[in-house]
Design a protein. Structure first.
Length: 250
């Protein structure tokens, strides 16, 4: 997947300014940035949910805007807040989306996949009866039901307990092993370091730096803004705060 010089604007407000990056096959790529930095807007443009003001998105070499249907069939998407039909059960939701994506779902296959996300016993529960973490686990399951080439996850582990978070890490590492590319956003530096092969830090719509977590520490550890916020050995979080500032965003 390749993003070239992407700019996204909502009326007067420019949310993404000329962002470019590439994600390899079999790579987990993390997009980090403070609140309002432009992460969701970047993902929305890749997903085709907002029309970029300029720039290009290539998925598997195919221009996403010229071939929206081809592209969407290759994408798996988990939005920052997911919602499904509140009255449908987990099993009904799995069948509905499986059907939409043309995936053949046998009873066994549904049982296995719900087992894998710890929802097998709750398969008859309605969506509205699920806890926040259960809803999120279901959203990831639905996003990956068709083995997408590119998986886009917007803060997929926000609000998950440590067990579920590890479960999600395992699942995306498994997908990576099968050759999928994963683009995720997170506010957890620990998560970025644990699972992302490479990360980019974005702020005010501009991409500030990009590399492996270790690269970013090596590259910025002598930056005075980073040294000023570090407590001892420089961490990825020190780099993040050094480059994006200590101000809280509105
Ligand atoms: N639909 C919209 N209309 C107008 N402005 C928007 C819209 N969506 C986002 N914005 C603005 O664009 C900027 C980037 O927002 P975006 O949602 O991409 O940030 P983010 O990095 O995902 O933040 P967070 O970490 O809080 O999810 C913000 O200033 C936001 O207020
Ligand atoms: Mg967001």
């Amino acid at each position: 997947m390749q993003v070239d010089d992407l700019t996204v604007a909502y009326q007067q407000r420019t949310a993404v300014r000329g962002v470019s990056f590439e994600i390899e096959r079999g790579e987990i790529f993390g997009l980090l940035g403070p609140n309002g930095a432009g992460k969701t807007s970047t993902l929305s443009a890749i997903e085709g949910l907002v029309k970029p003001r300029s720039g290009q998105v290539l998925v598997d070499g195919v221009d996403a805007r010229k071939n929206p249907l081809d592209t969407k069939a290759r994408l798996g998407v988990q939005l920052q807040t997911s919602s499904f039909q509140p009255e449908l059960s987990i099993e009904q939701i799995a069948r509905l989306y499986g059907g939409l994506y043309g995936v053949r779902l046998t009873r066994d296959r549904i049982a296995d996949s719900l087992q894998a996300i710890g929802l097998e016993e709750d398969r008859g529960k309605r969506f509205k009866q699920l806890s926040g973490g259960q809803q999120q686990r279901l959203a990831l399951h639905i996003a990956t039901i068709h083995d997408p080439l590119l998986l886009l996850l917007d803060e997929p582990t926000a609000g998950l307990d440590p067990q579920s978070r590890r479960g999600l890490w395992r699942r995306i590492e498994q997908l990576r092993g099968e050759g999928s590319s994963i683009l995720l956003t997170t506010h957890s530096m620990e998560e970025a370091q644990a699972v992302c092969d490479r990360v980019a830090i974005i702020d005010h719509g501009t991409l500030l730096t990009l590399g492996t977590p270790a690269d970013l520490i090596a590259k910025h550890q002598n930056d005075p803004r980073v040294l000023e916020v570090a407590h001892g050995a420089v961490t990825l979080e020190d780099v993040f705060i050094g480059l994006t500032g200590s101000e809280i965003r509105d």
